[in-house]
Design a protein around this ligand. Structure first.
Ligand code: 2PG
Ligand code: MG
Length: 451
């Protein structure tokens, strides 16, 4: 055994919203510790793995994670010390078994994920690997020696070699990330015409700057930002936000559609009235909308604006609405399930069987271990569903998703905007990887959507 786990340690640290979160350090014999920090969502899906917080305690309004930290230091450490950090699948299997609940609520998905990732980093340290190469090895072991990646038309080219991702970047924030100024959560851009990751990123930064100027010129706040660094202006309607982003793309000297397209995270679960099966969008209509009307509205916008990606256009429980939108729009638009699939293989499989969506957001902490995350990613690619690796709205200096998206060749990454260092930590790591990997990593960019 080259990477025997000697020590498992955890501490409470703080995320980009000043909320406590779990950091885990795992040390293999004779090596430096591997370390990971767990992210945290605000617009969480009901079916996500459970974040353990010290509810009921006065300290930090009950948001502390001391119990989760303690779980790592006691039960989890006892189960893992002596194990081989090179066997990620076995480590994750043990963690799942030790917890014993369907949503990892006993030990906490934060305790479990922090450990799972720190083990991967510890194995990298033990063998002197850069994290991206360790993640690559783990991905290959999930995919199998026979390269069980199937050539599905939509996802051909994904999941094989290493790839720098096409970034999907938040420009304007609404919903729960910006004090509910707008009902929709993210107004994003996808620099589909760029030829490399670094060019894509430069375009994004230019559009972001122009957007600030356009907002100020129109009399809006062009400086204040939401949880993910996107602007958080007080606009009247969701459509106004789209118009302003298009104007900013133009102002950057880029062509809306050919160079830079638009994506929306509708995050509709948060304005869905489950009792009546309706969507509450006061800025669009004083009367609640049924799914069909919301789809009509989105379809009109797709005709009017260069929108190529819609995330959670319908709520996490609205399978009927999801089926309808997939039937109507999946030919030309990426339909991403976030709250719907929660990186969960069983839910994604249900979606594939029912022909719901054509893309899945991949968030490590929605499911709680590295291996399960990669299993879901593999299922997506093999089923012709575009994977989009994603950060959470609460993040840290941890750069795991940057290394992971490159190592797996998943193709797309959603991190938030280009202001605020917990986001830039990832974008900058990608610049480093682009440089250090050179020809070992490709870039498909907007070609991903050519299939
Ligand atoms: C989302 C994410 C990231 P949160 O909904 O896609 O933008 O938000 O982490 O709050 O769930
Ligand atoms: Mg989302």
């Amino acid at each position: 055994m080259t990477s025997r786990i000697e020590k498992v340690h955890a501490r409470e640290v703080f995320d980009s919203r000043g909320k406590p979160t779990v950091e885990v350090e795992v040390t293999c014999a004779g090596a430096r510790p591997g370390r990971a920090i767990v992210p945290s969502g605000a617009s969480t899906g009901r079916f996500e793995a459970v974040e353990l917080r010290d509810r009921g305690e006065a300290r930090l309004d009950g948001t502390g994670v001391r119990q989760a930290v303690k779980n790592v230091q006691t039960e989890i450490a006892a189960a893992l010390v002596g194990c081989d950090a090179d066997d990620q699948a076995e480590v994750d299997r043990r963690l799942i078994e030790l917890d014993g609940t369907p949503q990892k609520s006993r030990l906490g998905a934060n305790a479990i994920l922090g450990t799972s990732l720190a083990v991967a980093y510890a194995a990298a340290e033990a063998r002197g690997f850069a994290p991206v190469h360790r993640f690559r090895e783990i991905w290959q072991s999930v995919v199998g020696p026979t390269e069980e990646i199937q050539d599905k038309e939509r996802t051909s080219g994904l999941g094989r070699g290493m790839l720098l991702p096409l970034p999907m970047v938040n420009m304007i924030s609404g919903g729960l990330h910006a004090g509910r100024q707008l009902e929709f959560q993210d107004f994003l851009i996808l620099p589909v015409g760029a030829e490399s990751y670094s060019q894509a990123f430069e375009w994004i930064v230019t559009v972001y700057r122009r957007l600030g100027q356009v907002l100020s010129k129109r009399g809006h706040e062009g400086v204040l930002v939401g949880d993910e660094g996107g602007y958080g202006p007080k606009l009247r309607t969701n459509e106004e936000a789209i118009e302003i982003v298009v104007e900013a793309i133009d102002a950057a000297g880029l062509h809306p559609g050919d160079d830079v397209s638009i994506g929306l995270d509708v995050a509709s679960t948060h304005f869905f009235d489950a009792a009546n099966n309706t969507y509450l969008l006061p800025s669009v209509s004083p009367k609640p909308l049924v799914a069909e009307q919301l789809i009509d509205l989105l379809e009109r916008w797709i005709e009017r604006y260069p929108i190529i990606s819609l995330e959670d256009p319908l709520a996490e429980d609205d399978w009927t609405g999801w089926r309808e939108i997939t039937e109507r729009l999946s030919g030309g638009v990426q339909l991403i399930g976030d709250d719907l699939f929660v990186t969960n293989q069983a839910r994604l499989r249900q979606g594939i069987e029912q022909q719901v969506g054509n893309s899945v957001l991949i968030k490590l902490n929605q499911i709680g271990t590295l291996t399960e995350t990669l299993e879901t990613l593999k299922l997506a690619i093999n089923s012709g569903y575009w994977p989009v690796v994603s950060a959470r709205s609460g993040e840290s200096e941890d750069t795991t998703i940057a290394d992971l998206v490159v190592a797996t060749g998943a193709g797309q990454l959603k991190v938030g905007s280009v202001a605020r260092s917990e986001r830039l930590a990832k974008y900058n790591q990608l610049l480093r990887l682009e440089e250090s990997l050179g020809n070992d990593a490709g870039y498909l960019g907007g070609e991903i959507f050519a299939q």
